[in-house]
Design a protein around this ligand. Structure first.
Ligand code: PMP
Length: 360
C-alpha cells in the first residue's frame, strides 16, 4: 500500500498513526465488542470519548474555564449563519474583516440576519494581504467583529490578533486552528470545521465565551441556538460520534508531538522550506505579501497556465497530489497542515527544483 503526500486543502491528509489507531479499534473499541460508529451517543463509553476529546482540546489550547466547547454539525458554513442568528438578530450591528472568499461568505450570511458592515477589506488586491483595521468605529452597539484568521484559498493569515477591546472578536479558524499558539481569552468565539487540523468532515468545533451564550431570540429554532448545545453538552441530539472520536485521536497524536508549541515550530520550518524555494526560484512565484503569508496554505504559480497544469500532472505521478490551486486563484496550492510531515514538504521542494531545471 503506497500512501501519497496529499496537499488537499480539506478534507486533508490525516496522520498515519491516527488512521492506524482507528483501524485497530475499528471493529471493537476498548473491548466494547463494537465500533464507535455503532455505539449509543448516550452510552458511558461514548460519553468518555466526548469528555476526553473536550479535555484534550482544553489542555492543548489552554481554553479558560469560562468558555464552552461545543460539538456541532453543518460545517464552518453553518456558523456563518449561527453567529449572527445568536448575536445579531436582536439588533445592533456587526463588523466583518473581508480577507477572502470565506470571509465574504460569512458576511453574506450575516447580512441576511442583521446590519453587517465591512470593517476592512483586502479585496482591492485580490485578497493578497491582511488589511489595516481602524477600530475607532466600534461602539456600544457593535455586537462583534468577525475575522478569518487564515485564508485557505488566498494563503494569508493574521499574524497578530486584532484588539477589539470590549467588543467580542469572532474568528473562523477552520484552516489554522491548532497550528500555532493563540490566546483564547482574546476571542469571544472561535470556530472551525474539523476536516483540516482537527479530524474529519462532519464536525465543527465552537469555542464560545459563556457570556455570549443565551442571547438568541426565543423563536430561533432549537438546533440553531448555542444555548441548546451548551446546556446539553452537545448531546441534545445525536452528535457526529465517529467524527468526534477521530478528533480525539488527532488531539492525542498532537499531544504526543509535544502540543501546539512544538507543532508551530515544525509548521514554521515546513512553510519556510517552501517559501524560501519559491522566493529563490526563477519559475515559481507567490502573489501574497510576504509578511502575511499563511503557514498552512501556500499558493504559488508559474507564468503560464500550461506550465501550471503540467506541474500538477507530473507531481501527481510522483505521489504529490491535490496541488491544483483553487479555481478563483489559479496556479497551485500546497496545504501543509499539522499532519503533513516535513518529508512531504521536502519531497515537494525537490520536485519543484527538478521541474524548474527541466522546464525552465
Ligand atoms: N472557512 C474557511 C476558512 C474554510 O477554509 C472553509 C472550508 N474550506 C470553510 C469556512 C467552510 O467550511 P465547511 O465546508 O466546513 O462549511
Amino acid at each position: 500500500m503506497d500512501r501519497v503526500y496529499n496537499f488537499s486543502a480539506g478534507p486533508a491528509q490525516l496522520p498515519l498513526a491516527v488512521l492506524e489507531k482507528a483501524q485497530k479499534e475499528f471493529l471493537s473499541y476498548e473491548q466494547s465488542g463494537m465500533s464507535v460508529m455503532e455505539m449509543s451517543h448516550r452510552s458511558k463509553i461514548f460519553d468518555a470519548i466526548l469528555q476526553q476529546t473536550e479535555q484534550l482540546l482544553r489542555d492543548l489550547m489552554e481554553i479558560p474555564d469560562h468558555y464552552k466547547v461545543l460539538f456541532i454539525q453543518g460545517g464552518a458554513s453553518l456558523q456563518f449563519s449561527m453567529i449572527p442568528l445568536n448575536l445579531l438578530a436582536n439588533g445592533g450591528h456587526a463588523y466583518y474583516v473581508n480577507t477572502g472568499s470565506w470571509s465574504k461568505k460569512a458576511l453574506i450570511e450575516a447580512e441576511k440576519v442583521g446590519e453587517s458592515r465591512v470593517l476592512a477589506s483586502s479585496e482591492d488586491k485580490n485578497f493578497t494581504y491582511i488589511p489595516e483595521i481602524d477600530f475607532s468605529v466600534l461602539d456600544d452597539n457593535t455586537k462583534y467583529v468577525h475575522i478569518t484568521t487564515n485564508n485557505t484559498i488566498e494563503g494569508t493569515r493574521f499574524t497578530h490578533i486584532p484588539d477589539t477591546g470590549d467588543v467580542p472578536l469572532v474568528a473562523d479558524m477552520s484552516s489554522n486552528i491548532l497550528s500555532e499558539q493563540i490566546d483564547v481569552s482574546k476571542f469571544g468565539i472561535i470556530y472551525a470545521g474539523a476536516q483540516k487540523n482537527l479530524g474529519i468532515a462532519g464536525l465543527t468545533i465552537v469555542i464560545i465565551r459563556d457570556d455570549l451564550i443565551g442571547h438568541a431570540p426565543s423563536n430561533l429554532p432549537t438546533m440553531l441556538k448555542y444555548d441548546t448545545y451548551a446546556k446539553n453538552r452537545s448531546l441534545y441530539n445525536t452528535p457526529p460520534t465517529f467524527a468526534i472520536y477521530m478528533t480525539k485521536l488527532v488531539l492525542e497524536w498532537l499531544k504526543e508531538q509535544g502540543g501546539i508549541k512544538q507543532i508551530e515550530k515544525l509548521n514554521i520550518e515546513k512553510a519556510s522550506l517552501l517559501y524560501n524555494y519559491i522566493d529563490e526560484s526563477n519559475m515559481f512565484f507567490s502573489n501574497v505579501r510576504s509578511e502575511d503569508r499563511s503557514l498552512m496554505n501556500i499558493p504559488f504559480l508559474t507564468k503560464s497556465d500550461e506550465l501550471n497544469e503540467l506541474f500538477v500532472k507530473e507531481a501527481q505521478k510522483e505521489g504529490l497530489v491535490t496541488l491544483k490551486g483553487h479555481r478563483s486563484v489559479g496556479g497551485m496550492r500546497a496545504s501543509i497542515y499539522n499532519s503533513m510531515p516535513i518529508e512531504g514538504v521536502k519531497a515537494l521542494v525537490q520536485f519543484m527544483k527538478e521541474f524548474e531545471s527541466k522546464n525552465g
